[in-house]
Design a protein around this ligand. Structure first.
Ligand code: CA
Ligand code: CA
Length: 125
């Protein structure tokens, strides 16, 4: 797990991140983790994925963000994404929230040709 810009990110080897996973030895120390969102390599929420968890629920105004998806091994991969726990998400073409963007939206089953495999940073709120 890596902590960056106040967002705790985990890349589980097992189940998808649709619901918060039960406590395990790995996550026992994080008792209030909430899955805020998921980036998926394939359209329709398929393929490999990156879940974004945090202690907080989104409130629609507080922004949580990952400034460089390359540091998490998920640069230029996102083809679909979905927010959880009332989060909406915005993906950006470049690291540091610049370039083309899509969002904020609750989910996108297909980010479209303009953004496919281009997301390098992401914000949630
Ligand atoms: Ca992809
Ligand atoms: Ca990019």
């Amino acid at each position: 797990m890596l902590r960056q810009t106040g967002v705790l990110v985990s890349v589980p080897a097992g189940a998808r991140g649709a619901t918060p996973r039960p406590a395990s030895a790995e996550t026992a120390a994080i008792t209030t983790a909430t899955v805020q969102g998921e980036l998926d390599d394939d359209v329709n929420f398929g393929g490999s994925y990156l879940t974004i968890t945090n202690a907080n629920f989104c409130d629609g105004s507080t922004v949580y963000q990952i400034g460089n998806l390359a540091t998490l091994g998920f640069n230029d991969k996102t083809s679909s994404f979905i927010g959880y726990a009332n989060c909406t998400m915005k993906i950006w073409e470049n690291a540091g929230f610049t370039g083309a963007s899509l969002g904020y939206v609750a989910s996108s089953a297909n980010v479209g040709p303009a953004m496919n495999d281009r997301a390098s940073s992401v914000q949630l709120r």
